[in-house]
Design a protein around this ligand. Structure first.
Ligand SMILES: Cc1cc2nc3c(=O)[nH]c(=O)nc-3n(C[C@H](O)[C@H](O)[C@H](O)COP(=O)(O)O)c2cc1C
Length: 220
C-alpha cells in the first residue's frame, strides 16, 4: 500500500473563515501537489455567472517562470516611474513595487485566468440596440465577480490546509506579458495571482476589520 503523503486536516468552517489572513512570508517548505490540487478544486466549486466557469487555475512551482514574471512587473514599474514627475508619487509607487513582486519568494503562485466569456443576454441586448451604458447595467461585472468567488474559495481551502496565501492584483501591471509567458490563449486574461506557502512564523496580524454595525443593516 502506498504511503499517505498528505493528510487533509479537518477544521470547523467558521474557524477557517475567521482565521484566514493575508500572509506574505513563507518558509522554504514546498506545498505538495495534492494540497495544491485541493485548493484548485475549491476554486472549481465556486459559483459563476450562468455557470460559465470561465476560469483556469495555473499553479506555478517553477522559480524561473516566477522570476520572468517578476522581471516583467519590474520593467513596468520602471516605465511608470519614468512617467511620474512628482517625487512623493514616485516614492509611493516604489512602495507598491514590493507588494507587487514578493510573489517570487512564494513556493507556489497560482495565476488565475479569466477566460473570454460570451454572454447570451448581452449578445441579445446588443443586437437590439442597447447602448454600452445600458449593457453595463445589465451585466456589469459578473465575470470578474465569479473569479473573486473562486479565489476566495481557494484562499479558504489553503487556510484549512494550514497554508498561507496572498491574493495579488498589483502585479497585473504586467498582465499582457503574463498572457504570453503563461500561454493562456487569445482573449483570456490573468486577473489575479494567489501565492501559497507555509507561513514563516505564527504572529502575523491581520489589518483591522470594520465592525458589523458599520457594514450591516436590516430592513424589515
Ligand atoms: C482583490 C485583491 C487584491 C489584492 N492585491 C494585493 C497585492 O497586489 N499585493 C499585496 O501585497 N496584497 C494584496 N491584497 C491583499 C490585501 O492587502 C489584504 O487582503 C487586506 O490588507 C486585508 O487583509 P487580510 O487579507 O489579512 O484580511 C489584495 C487583496 C484583494 C482582495
Amino acid at each position: 500500500m502506498s504511503e499517505n503523503v498528505f493528510e487533509t486536516p479537518k477544521r470547523e468552517f467558521f474557524d477557517v473563515l475567521n482565521t484566514r489572513k493575508t500572509i506574505r512570508k513563507y518558509t522554504n517548505k514546498i506545498p505538495p501537489v495534492e494540497a495544491i490540487k485541493i485548493i484548485a478544486d475549491a476554486g472549481r466549486q465556486a459559483p459563476s455567472a450562468t455557470n460559465t466557469q470561465n476560469w483556469e487555475f495555473i499553479a506555478i512551482y517553477d522559480d524561473t517562470m516566477k522570476e520572468k514574471m517578476a522581471k516583467c512587473v519590474e520593467n513596468k514599474y520602471d516605465e511608470l516611474q519614468n512617467r511620474v514627475e512628482n517625487e512623493i508619487d514616485k516614492a509611493k509607487l516604489n512602495g507598491y513595487k514590493y507588494y507587487s513582486m514578493f510573489f517570487t519568494k512564494a513556493p507556489v503562485v497560482f495565476a488565475i485566468v479569466e477566460q473570454k466569456r460570451v454572454s447570451t443576454m448581452l449578445t441579445i441586448l446588443e443586437k437590439n440596440g442597447m447602448t454600452k451604458e445600458e449593457l453595463n447595467c445589465y451585466d456589469n461585472r459578473s465575470s470578474i465577480l465569479s473569479m473573486g468567488a473562486a479565489i476566495e474559495n481557494m484562499s479558504l481551502a489553503a487556510n484549512a490546509l494550514g497554508l498561507a496565501t496572498c491574493w495579488m492584483c498589483a502585479p497585473l501591471v504586467a498582465y499582457k506579458e503574463f498572457s504570453e509567458l503563461l500561454n493562456i490563449g487569445k482573449g483570456n486574461k490573468v486577473i489575479s495571482l494567489l501565492t501559497v506557502g507555509y507561513p514563516d512564523g505564527d504572529n502575523f496580524t491581520r489589518p483591522p476589520k470594520k465592525t458589523l454595525e458599520e457594514v450591516f443593516r436590516i430592513i424589515r
